[in-house]
Design a protein around this ligand. Structure first.
Ligand SMILES: C[S@@+](CC[C@H](N)C(=O)[O-])C[C@H]1O[C@@H](n2cnc3c(N)ncnc32)[C@H](O)[C@@H]1O
Length: 253
């Protein structure tokens, strides 16, 4: 846990703006009381990067970093499950997220084109009401390939814990976001742009608690704080946990 925040109960009942646990998401989620979270917004490891098990077992830097990139970032964890194991594991953590979410709370789960069908299955297997898919257009900065469509988008599978009230205190939100990845704003091999995440966290009502069990470098949390929401999360890699805490500290200051 971040040293200044002793446990999840203190966070939930106190006035701290963020809490980031270090460890495995399933153990972390088990410690959260029922129906306490206002929105789940997460970018789990995709276990993607190829058609075969061997492809998925490769280092995350080989799968997700352009070969000519000069920027080295730490590898991240939990990205080598095969398809059946990935669907099963996602359903486990998604059902725990459902338990801790308040009735009607929204969920947003990032995925790529390979894992989109599996992610829509897993969201529903976890008990969520699937409501749609939002595209994140990474712009023409995504690598082109002659004679092929550019893999220019990632996706947000979204839904809610049962019926969702229409009078929630949120604006009408776009069904598509267009943001390039800026090297200065990328703190993780699979880091998301902060402006993108600031748009996505607005699905949470102002002042509410956003949960991200796979926080990485903490971009969801940074965006949540910047948009006037609170944040609770977890990260397995101690290197990324440290980076995320530093970013959250700086944003909350
Ligand atoms: C795709 S990354 C998140 C990146 C994040 N959105 C950002 O912008 O920095 C997924 C993260 O989940 C972490 N992870 C993998 N398995 C985990 C587990 N079982 N529990 C908690 N975190 C885990 C990985 O170490 C990785 O940092």
């Amino acid at each position: 846990l971040h040293p200044s925040i002793p446990n999840i109960d203190d966070f939930l009942s106190g006035g701290a703006r963020w809490h980031l646990a270090s460890g495995d998401a399933l153990a972390f989620l088990a410690a959260i009381p029922d129906a306490t979270i206002d929105a789940v917004i997460t970018d789990p490891p995709y276990s993607s990067g190829g058609a075969f098990r061997g492809d998925r077992m490769a280092a995350t830097s080989l799968k997700y970093v352009a070969h000519d990139s000069k920027l080295a970032r730490p590898e991240f964890l939990g990205d080598s499950r095969d398809q059946r194991a990935y669907r099963y594991w996602c359903a486990l953590w998604l059902s725990e997220c459902l338990r801790v979410a308040k009735p009607g709370a929204p969920i947003c789960v990032f995925t790529d084109w390979r894992q989109l069908p599996t992610t829509t299955d897993a969201v529903q297997a976890g008990g969520w009401l699937w409501r749609g898919v939002v595209a994140w257009d990474k712009t023409e900065a995504a690598r082109p390939a002659r004679g092929r469509f550019r893999n220019q988008c990632e996706y947000v599978v979204w839904g809610s814990k049962g019926p969702m009230a229409t009078n929630r205190l949120c604006d009408a939100l776009p069904g598509c976001f267009r943001h390039a990845v800026a090297p200065r704003d990328k703190h993780h091999i699979a880091g998301k742009p902060t402006p993108l995440m600031r748009g996505v966290v607005r699905i949470c009502e102002p002042g509410g608690i956003v949960l991200d069990p796979f926080a990485g470098s903490g971009t969801t949390g940074v965006a949540a704080l910047a948009e006037g929401r609170r944040f609770v999360g977890c990260e397995l890699s101690s290197e990324y946990h440290e980076r995320a805490c530093a970013r959250l500290d700086q944003t909350a200051a």
